[in-house]
Design a binder for this molecule. Structure first.
Ligand code: R7I
Ligand code: MG
Ligand code: MG
Ligand code: MG
Length: 370
């Protein structure tokens, strides 16, 4: 049961990335185009059944999965977070396969993290974008394994660990809150009873309850830090952050779910680009939308499939929105909800299944002990 849901999350995330990247940054995407691509993948998987493994051509994963795998492997090795080890894995992975589609800014950090003389692993990230830190979605795109790993652990623990891992590359408050939204959503999805249909309103209520104080705290600390730096003469004045834009977006999601909205409205109101604030709430929406199983063109498909196909049909940062949405969905619906043909077609699924087994062993052993 737990095994299926942990594996489901990790495997669905890989599928979201591998299928989603076929459309990343390709402008306006239509549902028909996505369905066409998915059907081709399914037909090819059926034909490949007769091929020996080496002759199959899998859809490659991108940086989203590459970084998530580094986090998962490190958590398994140390049975807890080890931030310098995760930093070293990020750097090594990038060094070995730099062409996985990394963000344009983050590569500077990854080069810096490879330096054996680097004393403070958080320093390169802080220097990004003239010291304001990246607000890209790279913190959120890779954090799902931590949300699973922290099953039945306190929110405080999940929060601290999410922030530590995120800050290796992303220190802008929007990037931090976005990563927290994703890790909280994955942990919550895994904890809910999935023998009944998902109560989407309740999911949003609990998520908001957990995110709101955290979002407030992150911005307060950010403003305070900026004030000190300004007083010290290091930095120009920062305008600070007004309101709680992530919580506002979660409220907006509640409203969008009640209505029959077209993808243009979703794109306009929630966003689909590489900024954390313009993509991570969107991923939560895609999860809930798929859970409702009411998307006309794909009604006959399961919720995880609907979530991934719908996320990609929004266009923009398709691999990342699909991977984040799928990680939440897979944690609720389990491995059986990811079509076999998709699993066979995506690079990295076999490893994701193994990571899921190890995670489940670690979580279960922890629960016996306590
Ligand atoms: O966030 P990050 O790891 O990128 C992840 C994305 C995903 O879509 C992946 O699939 C991959 O394609 O990349 O990488 P960053 O370079 O930190 O941020 C991504 C982009 O956001 C940057 O290249 C900038 O274009 C933009 N960005 C900013 N622009 C101006 N000012 C991020 N922060 C800033 C900023 O402060
Ligand atoms: Mg469209
Ligand atoms: Mg990518
Ligand atoms: Mg992307």
């Amino acid at each position: 049961m737990l095994l299926s849901r942990v594996q489901g999350s990790l495997v669905a995330a890989v599928a979201g990335d591998c299928i989603g990247c076929l459309f990343e940054c390709s402008g306006n995407v239509s549902m028909e185009e996505v369905l066409d691509a998915v059907q081709k993948i399914e037909q090819k998987a059926a034909k490949d059944k007769d091929e020996t493994e080496g002759d199959r051509h899998e859809l490659p994963f991108t940086d989203d999965t590459a970084m998530a795998r580094s986090i998962a492997a490190s958590l398994i090795e140390y049975k807890d977070i080890n931030v310098p080890d995760i930093a070293a894995r990020f750097a090594k992975e990038f060094e070995q396969e730099p062409a996985r589609g990394y963000g344009a800014g983050v590569v500077t950090v990854l080069y810096a993290l490879a330096d054996p003389d680097l004393k403070d692993v958080f320093q390169p990230a802080r220097k990004q974008f003239n010291g304001s830190g990246s607000y890209g979605n790279g913190g959120g795109m890779r954090i799902a394994p931590l949300g699973l790993f922290c099953h039945n652990q306190s929110l405080e623990e999940l929060k601290e660990k999410t922030l530590s891992i995120t800050r290796l590359t992303h220190t802008h408050p929007y990037a931090e809150v976005g990563a927290l939204l994703e890790s909280f959503a994955v942990q919550l999805a895994l904890s809910l009873d999935n023998s009944k249909p998902l109560d989407t309103n309740n999911f949003l209520d609990v998520l908001l309850q957990r995110l709101q104080p955290t979002e407030e705290e992150i911005y307060e600390k950010h403003t305070e830090r900026n004030r000190k730096e300004k007083d010290g003469g290091d930095k120009p004045e920062d305008k600070g952050i007004a309101g709680l834009p992530y919580c506002d977006k979660l409220e907006l999601i509640r409203d969008l779910l009640k209505r029959d909205v077209d993808t243009d409205e979703v794109e306009e109101k929630l966003g689909t680009d590489v900024a954390a604030l313009e993509s991570i709430p969107t991923a939560v929406y895609c999860f809930l939308k798929g859970a409702g199983r009411s998307i006309p063109e794909i009604e006959e498909r399961g919720p995880v499939e609907q979530t991934i196909i719908y996320a990609i049909s929004l266009g923009g940062d398709t691999d990342t929105i699909a991977t984040m949405a799928a990680a939440i969905s897979g944690a609720f619906y389990g491995l059986e909800s990811v079509p076999q043909a998709w699993q066979e077609s995506c690079e990295g699924v076999r490893d994701a299944l193994l990571f899921g087994e190890k995670f489940t062993e670690i979580i279960s052993a922890r629960e016996v002990k306590s």
